[in-house]
Design a protein around this ligand. Structure first.
Ligand code: SF4
Length: 376
């Protein structure tokens, strides 16, 4: 995206009064919830430091970390793939999933990063996002506004307009929307050929996949279909299962959840229950070679910095491409385009609020400065 295109997108968002009001209310609420969650869990700041140290160890030599995880993960009916580029990942998916298949999918930022859903649809695969927010994004054919709450900026009225024709009934309020989608999805879960999930963390000692959800869709997605596909990226590897559990707990707390509802740990297929085979695809997409912006890989995608950002508070998803707000700028430079990242960087106020709230203490303003100064 050019500077002009970003500017236009932001001006358009500023003119939408309902979106501005919705964003302000949502961000205020999230900040309150995060403070409460951190205060409730007295260990949260210590754990955040442990997670940063554990992650730094693995990022020091990502190639060896990938190899360690691969060895621990592979086994009977457990297949590991490394995708250097988005196209590699898509090719692997096209090999595994044949056109005409049905896939139920849990939320994944890696999937968004490479526009996997759009690829699968164009490949003749029926895909259903099972996270409610992500399902709304799919129906609206939009990009997520936030890493954790993709449809945070969507009004109730718009959600109703999108859901009613699909669910096939009148949805009067938020509760009826949730229950309507739940009923609609149940049938699809039982007939799906594949489940697809992202991972919030991977452990190099046990080869486990750890992911968290609040809606229970992750449990159904990962256990009902006969085949499970995990799509994730190289910076999610932690030395031990304990580190990985600390990481997902820290992510949930700093996302503003006092308690995340479900923490899933997948260790393998089981002959009688759940999927009979698991395919795990680990994406690089510019992460391994990006020494100048390497600090970005410490990000655990809690989204706290997005809600703390004064620009995001008024225009939310309009400031960004896939990864929005300040941390979205180095993520965009690494995984998408340096030109787009520079265009986005021009709108950063350099207030430093993002650095203040980040559990990994990432110096986001410095990363943005490097991008602006064309040092990367
Ligand atoms: S940069 Fe820090 S605050 Fe922002 S999403 Fe990543 S870990 Fe969370």
């Amino acid at each position: 995206m050019s500077y002009k295109q970003v500017h236009k997108k932001i001006l358009k968002a500023l003119k939408k009064e309902d979106l501005r009001k919705g964003s302000e209310a949502a961000t205020k609420d999230e900040l309150k919830k995060r403070k409460y969650a951190i205060a409730t869990h007295k260990y949260s700041l210590d754990w955040a430091e442990d997670v940063k140290n554990a992650k730094s160890t693995m990022l020091f030599d990502v190639v060896s970390s990938v190899e360690k995880f691969r060895k621990a993960f592979e086994g009977k009916n457990k297949y590991f793939y490394f995708a250097r580029t988005p196209q590699d990942l898509k090719n692997i998916i096209a090999e595994i999933i044949k056109p005409g298949s049905t896939v139920v999918k849990s939320k994944s930022m890696v999937g968004e990063e490479i526009e996997l859903r759009q690829f699968m649809e164009s490949h003749g695969i029926k895909i259903y996002e099972t996270d409610l927010g992500e399902f709304l994004i799919q129906l609206a054919n939009e990009k997520p506004a936030h890493m954790v709450t993709p449809a945070v900026n969507m009004s109730e009225e718009r959600a109703r307009q999108l859901l009613e024709p699909v669910v096939g009934e009148k949805l009067n309020d938020v509760t009826s929307m949730v229950l309507g989608v739940r009923k609609f999805m149940r049938k699809i879960f039982f007939s799906a050929d594949f489940g697809m999930v992202g991972a919030n963390a991977l452990s190099a000692d046990t080869g486990s996949v750890i992911f968290i959800t609040n809606e229970g869709n992750g449990a159904l997605t990962s256990t009902l279909p006969d085949k499970l596909i995990v799509i994730t990226s190289v910076e999610k590897i932690y030395p031990t299962l304990l580190d990985a559990i600390k990481a997902v707990t820290t992510q949930a707390i700093f996302s503003g959840f006092e308690y995340t509802t479900y923490v899933h740990i997948i260790n393998g297929p089981y002959d009688f229950y759940g999927p009979k085979e698991i395919h795990l695809i680990l994406l690089d997409n510019g992460r391994i070679r990006n020494d100048d912006l390497k600090e970005t890989l410490l990000c655990i995608k809690c989204g706290a910095c997005q809600f703390a950002c004064p620009v995001f508070q008024v225009v939310d998803g309009a400031w960004g491409y896939i990864y929005t707000a300040a941390i979205g700028i180095p993520w965009t430079a690494i995984t998408n385009s340096k030109e787009t990242a520079r265009s986005l960087a021009a709108f950063c106020l350099e207030c430093g609020k993002c650095r203040e709230v980040c559990p990994m203490k990432i110096d986001i303003p410095e990363l943005i400065r490097k991008i602006k100064a064309e040092e990367v």
